[in-house]
Design a protein around this ligand. Structure first.
Ligand code: DDH
Length: 288
């Protein structure tokens, strides 16, 4: 016979909007780059997810395996320790959130707070507990390469040409650091604002080889202040990428919509879902 009714332990519910707000609160920092941790948070979310391989179903944003060596030491991840360390304070305040949810949520919060589109977000990622789930090096794009390499990398994740171009529009944000990637400079004059500026600069400026001892990159002829990677230039050199660059340069709303869908898809790579999950859309701080 049944004994006393068993009261199931109530699952801990996390107030994700509160976590979003806490992340928003630590973005600004006048001692950091252009004044915001936003760009490096976006890059962390992207590199955690962009290891996905749709054939073997390995990698992706589930697991947060970049906490472990060797993935933390992969060349492409140089400098992302700053983002991981900075987010540690949010993890301390919310011990029940997984690192994999936290990093993806930080990417969403950063984009929205810097003026970008609302990115639908779903929690439920689980952290792997050992380095054995680390992906092999070489799954993230190489900035010195062209269209064929970019397609190899992003088709492996399950993206098409339109989604690829939309995603690289994130280079409106942030900058290259000689001590991390070896490259130098920002792509736009407003690196802490999410805009379609990457596309308007790519088409609107004359790009010339930077004269220096560092790796091959481009600078704008006029001021020499802005930069493009060889992999960025690939988007206007390739006849199937270029039309999307032109569309996004003309139509910021189209870019925002496509980016939001593609970035959401990126953050879902490798995460098991039933389709029943609640989808969150966060309010920006300062929004009623
Ligand atoms: Fe990127 N990126 N990225 N990138 N990326 C760098 C910085 C940032 C490539 C190379 C570099 C995406 C695609 C590509 C951001 C977001 C995204 C840097 C400089 C290099 C190099 C790192 C450093 O020195 O600190 C290449 C190659 C590609 C490609 O071929 C597709 C995508 C898809 C995204 C995204 O978010 C969806 C952001 C943000 C930064 C700025 C980071 C910072 O600290 O500032």
């Amino acid at each position: 016979t049944l004994g006393k009714t068993q009261v199931p332990e109530k699952p801990k519910t996390i107030d994700y909007q509160k976590v979003y707000n806490q992340i928003a609160d630590i973005l600004e920092d006048n001692d950091w780059d252009d004044g915001s941790h936003g760009p490096v948070f976006v890059r962390l979310a992207w590199h955690a997810a962009g290891t996905y391989d749709k054939e073997s179903k390995t990698g992706g944003s589930n697991g947060a395996t970049m906490r472990f060596s060797p993935e933390s030491d992969h060349g492409a991840n140089a400098g992302l320790n700053y983002a991981r360390d900075k987010l540690e304070s949010i993890k301390q305040q919310n011990p029940e959130i997984t690192y994999s949810d936290l990093w993806s949520l930080a990417g969403v919060a950063a984009i929205q707070e810097m003026g970008g589109p609302t990115i639908p977000w779903i929690p439920g990622r689980k952290d792997a507990d050992a380095a054995t789930a680390c992906t092999p090096d070489g799954r993230l794009p190489d900035a010195s390469k062209g269209p064929a390499h970019i397609r190899d990398i992003f088709y492996r994740m399950g993206f098409d040409d339109r989604e690829i171009v939309a995603l690289v529009g994130a280079h409106a944000l942030g900058r290259c650091h000689p001590d991390r990637s070896g490259f130098q400079g920002p792509w736009t004059t407003s690196p802490t604002m999410f805009t379609n500026g990457f596309f308007t600069e790519l088409l609107g400026k004359k790009w010339v080889d930077k004269k220096w001892k560092g790796p091959k990159q481009y600078v704008d002829k006029e001021t020499g202040e802005l930069m493009m990677l060889p992999a960025d230039m690939a988007l206007i050199q390739d006849k199937n990428f270029r039309p999307w660059v032109e569309k996004y340069a003309k139509d910021e709303e189209l870019f925002f919509n496509d980016f939001a869908a593609a970035f959401h898809k990126l953050l879902e790579l490798g995460v098991p879902r039933t389709g029943e999950e609640k989808v969150y859309r966060f309010k920006r701080t300062g929004e009623a």
